[in-house]
Design a protein around this ligand. Structure first.
Ligand SMILES: [Zn+2]
Length: 386
């Protein structure tokens, strides 16, 4: 039996081709919202045979589900609204993601001492407040679909205002436009980035951060993401929108892709997306990896003291697939320890019960380093990883 079957009802949202190859058994998998809540099965994952883009087709059902997810959105609810920390691969020491990203970007790009930044989809203002603190002297603006955090955002030093309308209506141009975990939510990403190009100064910078689905196949399960990137796929999309790609890396934040681009002059005509086929095939095959991971965890979940390491996408997904089998969740993030996830306790590694079975719900190589730290606790733990 063929593992994939063509669908012809929806076109690729990068190149418009109707030659989409669908991951047939993906629809049977549970999904997770980007704010880490379980979401029922029934999604689609497709690969464009023409350009190689990996996507969730933009169907009325996808749009309705995304709207429903955003209506109930609670940003960083596992840590009571505090931004997620990123952890050093070996030591486990954490710092807020925005601060790490801004430091990496400043090391790589020469930023003027004064400038104007627009943060698209600024959420509750984590990136804006980190920028305000680390790059003082800049004027900052944010956009969001709602004005829920308007007061909080406009109190950040340097913030001019929060915009909730059409981007084209925002006055003036910008030195930096940032999209931190935003582009993966936006249908027709090339067309969207072309519109942002109009808002950048000629020597301005576009800064995009997305999950790396090549390193982290769990991200394919996020119900409100419609584009699934690798470094090569994101760089290709940014080039197709008329940018010179200056930096493409997955080293600034673990499991994430960072791209910095500069607008190319006179690039108003349509350009075909050239996306690397090897990245395209690897990212698409991630859904097969997910099924293999599930097969590995299912027997472990029958153990009497079973817990999942992690409180993010992977752990939330596995717990849903396993009918809420996790007795507890383990996390190293001090903002999360002592709280609950899906109505069960989040414990620190030191508080894991002796002899428990733990599955590390993280992609490699992070999972290996965490497993090593758990085994060193000397509690007779059974620690397994993807
Ligand atoms: Zn395509």
């Amino acid at each position: 039996m063929s593992k994939t079957s063509p669908i012809i009802t929806t076109a690729c949202h990068v190149c418009g081709s109707t030659e989409l190859e669908r991951a047939a058994a993906y629809a049977a998998l549970h999904r997770v919202t980007s704010d880490c809540k379980p979401w029922p099965p029934g999604g689609q994952l497709a690969r464009c045979r023409a350009c190689g883009f990996i996507q969730t087709p933009i169907t009325p059902q996808w749009q309705a589900e995304a709207d429903q997810i955003y209506a109930g959105y609670t940003i960083y609810h596992q840590s009571g609204g505090a931004e997620q920390s990123v952890f050093h691969e070996r030591s486990g020491a954490g710092q807020p993601r925005s601060a790490q990203l801004i430091q990496a970007m400043r090391d790589a790009c020469a930023l003027p001492s004064r400038g104007r930044l627009l943060d698209i989809g600024c959420g509750n203002g984590s990136f804006l407040s980190a920028w305000s603190r680390l790059v003082p002297g800049w004027t900052l603006c944010g956009t969001e679909v709602s004005d829920k955090y308007k007061v909080q955002i406009e109190k950040i030093p340097g913030v001019e205002r929060l915009f909730t309308g059409d981007i084209a209506e925002i006055p003036g141009n910008f030195d930096v436009i940032s999209l931190i975990h935003v582009l993966e939510h936006i249908p027709f990403p090339v067309a969207f980035l072309k519109r942002l190009r109009e808002k950048l100064k000629p020597d301005g910078l576009l800064f995009i951060e997305v999950p790396d689905c090549q390193q982290n196949c769990f991200m394919l399960l996020v119900a409100d993401h419609c584009s699934h990137f690798s470094p090569g796929l994101l760089a290709g999309v940014v080039r197709a929108a008329g940018f010179d790609v200056r930096h493409t890396t997955n080293q600034w934040v673990a499991k994430e892709v960072s791209v910095v681009g500069r607008p190319l002059p006179g690039e108003n005509e349509a350009r075909a997306a050239t996306l690397p086929q090897s990245d395209s095939l690897q990212v698409f095959n991630g859904w097969q990896q997910l099924r293999q991971i599930l097969a590995k965890v299912e027997p472990l979940a029958k153990e009497p003291s079973f817990g999942l390491f992690g409180t993010a996408i992977a752990a939330t997904w596995l717990d849903a697939q396993l009918n809420r089998a996790a007795r507890f969740f383990v996390d190293e993030d001090v903002n999360r320890i002592g709280k609950t996830h899906l109505d069960r306790p989040i414990v620190s590694p030191a508080d894991v019960p002796k002899g428990a079975t733990i599955f590390v719900a993280l992609p490699q190589p992070l999972a290996g380093n965490v497993a090593e730290r758990l085994r060193q606790l000397g509690k007779g733990l059974r620690v397994e990883l993807p």
